[in-house]
Design a protein around this ligand. Structure first.
Ligand SMILES: Cc1cc2nc3c(=O)[nH]c(=O)nc-3n(C[C@H](O)[C@H](O)[C@H](O)COP(=O)(O)OP(=O)(O)OC[C@H]3O[C@@H](n4cnc5c(N)ncnc54)[C@H](O)[C@@H]3O)c2cc1C
Length: 467
């Protein structure tokens, strides 16, 4: 039997995933209270200290479309069409991200740069505008208990309240998950990358335009460390240095802005000219760590479920952390809609168990893919063999789009479950290793013979739908 409070839902964490989730639940008739540890950013500014722009791609767009927020987000999104690699000598190599004309908006396939603060604000405001979402800022969840009457949330400061169900979208260091870890047979693992990151803003050029090409994500790969830059609509770039904490070329060897200047002069000489405020930016901005977490199950019975970073924190090197969290929300919404989508019709025990068992392997897979991309971006984007492999794959995808889909495209431009994309990626690695083993590959890479060889192997080894 359903109680009157069946549609009283709590979302803990008003970040990107929690705000989108609140909107999607409210669109389906639920009354939602969102509890957020921080103060309202509309009143105090964004003090999150988090990366200020993010790459948004197809999985994210689909969830935004389902929520009815696509057009509002599109207005603040900048298309980014290619990776642009800068070698030590300052030479540039462009790799387009996707195929011409195949993008969601009739454009060439590309990713989009979106500022975190404005994106979060749009989602929160659209959620509030439904009239079914109340957002309570300055509410840090400390603990909860769940029982037959619902979930009782306890906040710092002593306030308590009870809801029928709770969604944990409180990020990588989730308090909801911490409480779940104290229940029997809950698995959890956490590891930090040996690398950290630091952001430095690149202001507009003297003429008011972008200082470097705004249609690209720029990478300066230098073996075990790298610099990246992603454009913002205000004609700035956010530059992010990823480097080991300790050891050669690590943050420990860059004690102050003067040392950092020397480091950039040595490794990224073409960037420094565009960073007039470098010393102040370096001194002011923190060095932040990169954490990966896994857990299972993602739900506690029919009362509590985790989504987004709370369920699967990953390293940022595939640009999929937010996108995968948005996909969590979309999958949950699809499951709700399978019940007719209205409060009172849902078997939450089945839904939460099903969500956890379906999404968990995909959360693990995108974690693996992100780590793999870190190694690729860091070590290989400057490697001629790697670049040649990418050129061959690109040629295959351009000429035979129905017979060869690069792994990056499966992850970024499709809705194939991440686990399946990862498995297909392993098969493609084997195929490309055989193709690259030809002694004359450097001279015949663009021949039909090489293409036919790769496609024949794909035909044999790849499942039919995606070969
Ligand atoms: C350097 C970097 C670059 C990235 N780039 C990309 C990218 O290009 N593309 C991409 O898709 N992803 C990217 N990501 C990942 C992305 O930032 C995260 O996946 C995304 O922010 C997860 O959203 P979330 O809502 O799950 O968690 P969060 O954004 O962390 O939000 C959690 C919210 O919960 C609140 N909260 C925490 N604890 C409590 C509590 N106890 N009580 C109440 N509220 C609480 C927090 O204040 C916060 O508002 C990047 C991450 C990093 C670090």
């Amino acid at each position: 039997m359903k109680t009157p409070g069946d549609h009283s839902l709590a979302v803990v964490g008003a970040g990107l995933v929690g705000s989108l989730l609140a909107l999607i639940l409210a669109n389906r008739g639920y009354q939602v209270t969102v509890y957020e540890r921080r103060a309202d950013p509309r009143k105090v500014g964004d003090a999150s200290g988090r990366s200020i722009n993010l790459a948004l791609s197809e999985r994210g767009w689909r969830a935004l479309e389902l929520a009815g927020a696509l057009e509002a987000v599109r207005r603040i999104a900048m298309p980014v069409k290619a990776r642009c690699m800068h070698n030590q000598a300052g030479a540039l190599t462009y790799q387009p991200y996707g195929l011409p004309g195949r993008g969601r908006f009739g454009n060439d396939e590309c990713i989009f740069s979106v500022a975190r603060g404005p994106l979060n604000r749009i989602l929160l405001e659209e959620a509030e505008a439904t009239g079914r979402v109340a957002v309570k800022f300055n509410h840090a969840l400390q603990d909860f208990t769940s029982g037959v009457d619902g979930v009782t949330l306890a906040f710092a400061g002593g306030e308590r309240c009870t809801h029928e169900r709770m969604f944990g979208t409180d990020g990588a260091f989730s308090a909801v998950r911490s409480r779940m870890m104290r229940t029997d047979r809950f698995d959890f693992s956490q590891s930090y990358l040996a690398h950290g990151y630091k952001e430095v803003a690149m202001p507009p050029a003297a003429d008011g335009g972008f200082a470097i090409d705004p249609e690209a994500l720029h990478i300066w790969p230098r073996g075990h460390f790298m610099l990246m830059a992603l454009p913002n609509p205000d004609k700035t770039f956010t530059c992010t240095l990823f480097a080991p904490y300790e050891g050669a070329d690590g943050f420990a060897d860059i004690p102050d802005a003067g040392a950092a200047r020397g480091y950039f002069e040595q490794h990224f000489p073409d960037v420094l000219a565009h960073l007039p405020d470098f010393d102040a930016e370096w001194a002011a901005n923190p060095t932040s760590s990169l954490v990966m977490t896994r857990c299972a199950p993602w739900n506690q019975g029919d009362r509590v479920v985790l989504l987004g970073d709370a369920a699967h924190a990953i390293v940022p090197f595939y640009g999929q952390g937010m996108n995968s969290g948005f996909e969590d929300v979309r999958v949950l919404a699809d499951m709700l809609d399978a019940y007719g989508g209205q409060p009172g019709t849902v078997d939450w025990a089945v839904l939460m168990d099903g969500f956890s068992s379906q999404r968990k392997p995909n959360g693990d897979a995108i974690g693996d893919l992100a780590l793999r991309n870190f190694i690729e971006m860091r070590d290989s984007t400057g490697d001629p063999q790697f670049l040649l492999r990418k050129k061959i794959e690109r040629r295959l995808a351009d000429r035979y789009p129905d017979r060869w889909t690069p792994l990056y495209s499966m992850v970024t431009f499709s809705h194939l479950p991440y686990g399946e994309a990862l498995a297909l990626g392993h098969i493609q690695d084997g195929i490309m290793a055989e193709v690259m083993a030809r002694e004359d590959i450097a001279t015949c890479w663009d021949s039909e013979e090489v293409a036919e060889h790769a496609l024949a192997l794909a035909e044999q080894r790849m499942p039919k739908a995606t070969a």
